[in-house]
Design a protein around this ligand. Structure first.
Ligand code: COA
Length: 199
């Protein structure tokens, strides 16, 4: 099981933080920061609202999820609060503005295709106004770090054929297609990718 967010300490960043328990970190401590893109684990109710707003704009606003034809899917996409409690949800800021998110998981209830030793990446999204700035690349890199630190050897994911930007991203990052693991949900074929992690 990958380490879940931390995040249930209720500790806010800033003066007066108490020492986190072993294996945990401060809720707002970045796990990646290159001076432009900053990534941390989502943890608080405010984070859940931010993640929800990003996912809403990217997936519902972008036409990738339809509340009328797929209400359950949209509900689960927007339920960032439950995801934060049951998986690792990352939040990316670009020049101080929250613009992207991804969920990493290795088991129920969020994993669709992960097998033992694999980390599954889901619900990657970057706001249209922040695209092509390296935010998704940084989020995927942070997932890779998470995978390594949890002992996973492979990262797996599903995407839609029409998500061509995502496919370009994954192929740029060295992911390869795993057609034998493609699957269908609600008449939509999800195509799958994997990347073996080196030591
Ligand atoms: C896919 C997505 C997450 C990419 O986010 P992003 O922050 O713009 O991606 P990055 O800037 O980190 O891109 C890294 C590399 O991926 C490739 N890439 C990303 N978007 C691309 C596009 N639209 N066309 C071609 N290549 C693209 C490029 O190689 C890029 O490097 P470069 O900009 O130096 O050429 C974003 O477009 C998005 O949210 N799309 C809608 C939701 C979605 O499809 N999610 C994936 C679900 S599986």
């Amino acid at each position: 099981m990958i380490r879940q967010g931390v995040e249930h300490t209720g500790v806010e960043s800033g003066a007066g933080e108490s020492t986190p328990a072993e294996g945990q970190s401060y809720p707002h401590t970045p796990i990646f920061d290159n001076g432009c893109v900053r990534i941390r684990r989502a943890s608080t109710d405010d984070d859940a609202k931010t993640v929800r707003a990003i996912i809403d704009e990217v997936y519902v606003g972008g036409g990738w999820a339809d509340p009328v034809t797929s209400p359950e899917y949209v509900r689960s996409l927007l339920d960032a609060r439950t995801r934060i409690a049951t998986a690792t949800v990352l939040l990316a800021e670009h020049r101080g503005r929250a613009v992207g998110t991804v969920t990493a998981t290795d088991g129920p209830p969020w994993a669709n295709i992960a097998r033992p030793g694999e980390l599954e990446v889901r619900m990657l999204g970057v706001l249209p106004t922040a695209r092509r700035g390296g935010v998704a690349r940084a989020l995927m890199g942070a997932c890779e770090d998470l995978a390594r630190s949890s002992g996973a050897r492979r990262i797996v994911l599903s995407t839609e054929r029409e998500m061509t930007a995502a496919q370009a991203l994954y192929e740029t990052l060295g992911y390869t297609r795993t057609p034998q693991r493609d699957w269908v949900i609600n008449s939509t074929t999800l195509i799958t990718y994997a990347r073996q992690l080196s030591d």
